[in-house]
Ligand binder design. Structure first.
Ligand code: SF4
Length: 431
């Protein structure tokens, strides 16, 4: 089971990519086709590469899962969870499942789990308070220079850890012309909004022409500089990144795209090709990973994910603490886990590959970056810092009135010596 497996895993152990011939992926190769998924894919249709077929053929029920994976033992309470929060998995994403149980990260992220219906009282359906910050329907305006436009409630696959479980997939609808007009009117009279994020749901599940209507309307507001699109389609439906879609997006630069990869097993050759297709169109790609217990709460695994992403031209942007949303308690990790992971990454990965670890504060409090504490002590003349290896170093501040080098200044050991500038560094062994 996932929890036991996570405790013992390493980058190359069987939990990571499960039962492959070589026992795990090398960092140079994308993970091979999954065992259970490979069998499923072998029986797949000739339309496999057609994103419309993938959407039409999504698994939408526990019975559908059982039909596709006859060996599946339905997890306890899964039917109740699916009744409360919708189930959808594309054939492509289902083909990435290695093991038909929660030891498999892809399985955990897309198959309902009975624990989703048991919430502690502090979880909320809208923990970020988005509904309260909508001046017009579908447009969230919280930060003065940014707005979020929810263009659809549909996703290709419904993530069990989704922050918008209150809306994603309960119905599958997209914005109408009057709603788009309301949003752009608001943007027009709020020229302080420079950056509009189109999200949902997943905007890339919309027909290209419908998505273009949204983008064109927003691009028509002169004060909007940047349009960002949040999508998980390169992860769960990479065939959606078609020439037609990319050609449309290119007309409305600057367009940025934020992706949502959570695990190295998601960085397949198909997903890599989708990312590179977007990058070739001059679209900067960022990634937002959610820290999920039993899925990716392991520093070497995340280091591997971030390396893989950089390789396919995706910049790790945020590592999110799982939000306080109903139905996700079993995925939540202590904050200290994220801090521990950030400690591990620093010094092992290039800064380019290290995301910012953030907590999206409850009740609309906004994103709060959380860092390991690298400042040990300060004095008027020196700041004592701790580096990634645990050594302490003394950083001299601009020379002010206080001069510790004056006659009579006491020379000392330890942190005080660093803080006075009497020592330059302390090795870990002597701390
Ligand atoms: S793709 Fe995004 S909005 Fe859709 S279910 Fe997953 S996390 Fe939620």
């Amino acid at each position: 089971m996932a929890r036991a497996c996570v405790k013992n895993r390493s980058v190359n152990n069987s939990c990571y990519v499960s039962t492959t011939e070589k026992g795990g992926p090398s960092e140079d190769k994308p993970p091979p086709a999954a065992a259970a998924g490979r069998r499923y894919r072998a029986g797949g249709a000739s339309d496999w590469g057609d994103w419309h077929w993938q959407l039409r053929s999504r698994i939408r029920s526990i019975a559908g899962l059982k039909k596709r994976f006859p060996a599946l033992r339905v997890p306890d309470g899964a039917t109740n969870a699916a009744a409360r929060f919708p189930l959808a998995v594309t054939p492509y994403y289902a083909s990435l499942i290695h093991n038909l149980d929660s030891s498999d990260p892809i399985f955990s992220m897309c198959v309902p789990d009975g624990r989703e219906v048991h919430d502690p009282p502090f979880l909320e359906s809208d923990p970020l308070g988005e509904d309260g910050d909508m001046p017009v329907p579908g447009l969230v305006h919280r930060y003065s220079d940014r707005a979020l436009f929810l263009a659809t409630t549909m996703c290709a696959a419904y993530c069990r850890h989704c922050t918008r479980k209150r809306v994603a997939g309960l119905t599958e609808e997209r914005v109408t012309g009057p709603r788009i007009a309301q949003a752009t009117e608001y943007l027009s009279v709020h020229p302080e909004i420079k950056d509009v994020i189109i999200s949902g749901g997943d905007p890339f599940t919309m027909p290209t022409a419908a998505l273009e209507r949204v983008i064109r309307a927003i691009r028509g507001v002169p004060s909007v500089d940047v349009i960002r699109i949040g999508t998980r389609t390169p992860v769960v439906l990479p065939m959606r990144i078609t020439d037609e879609l990319v050609a449309m997006l290119k007309q409305y630069h600057p367009i940025y795209v934020n992706l949502h990869f959570n695990h190295p097993n998601e960085v397949t050759p198909d997903a890599a090709a989708a990312c590179e297709h977007l990058a070739d169109a001059g679209i900067p790609l960022g990634n937002q990973t959610v820290l999920l217990r039993g899925v990716n709460d392991h520093a070497p695994l995340l280091a591997d994910l971030f390396r893989r992403l950089v390789r396919v031209r995706v910049r790790p942007y945020y590592l999110f603490q799982c939000d306080l949303v109903r139905g996700v308690e079993h995925f939540r990790t202590p904050l200290s886990k994220g801090i521990e992971i950030m400690e591990y990454l620093r010094g092992r990965l290039s800064g380019l590959a290290i995301p910012t670890f953030v907590v999206d504060a409850p009740h609309g409090g906004g994103k709060i970056p959380i860092l390991p504490n690298y400042v040990v002590s300060t004095s008027p003349t020196h700041t004592v810092l701790r580096n990634f290896a645990g050594e302490m170093v003394s950083y001299p501040e601009p020379r002010g009135e206080f001069d510790p080098m004056q006659p009579g200044t006491r020379v000392d050991d330890g942190v005080w010596g660093l803080a006075c500038g009497m020592r330059n560094s302390m090795r870990k062994e002597s701390i």
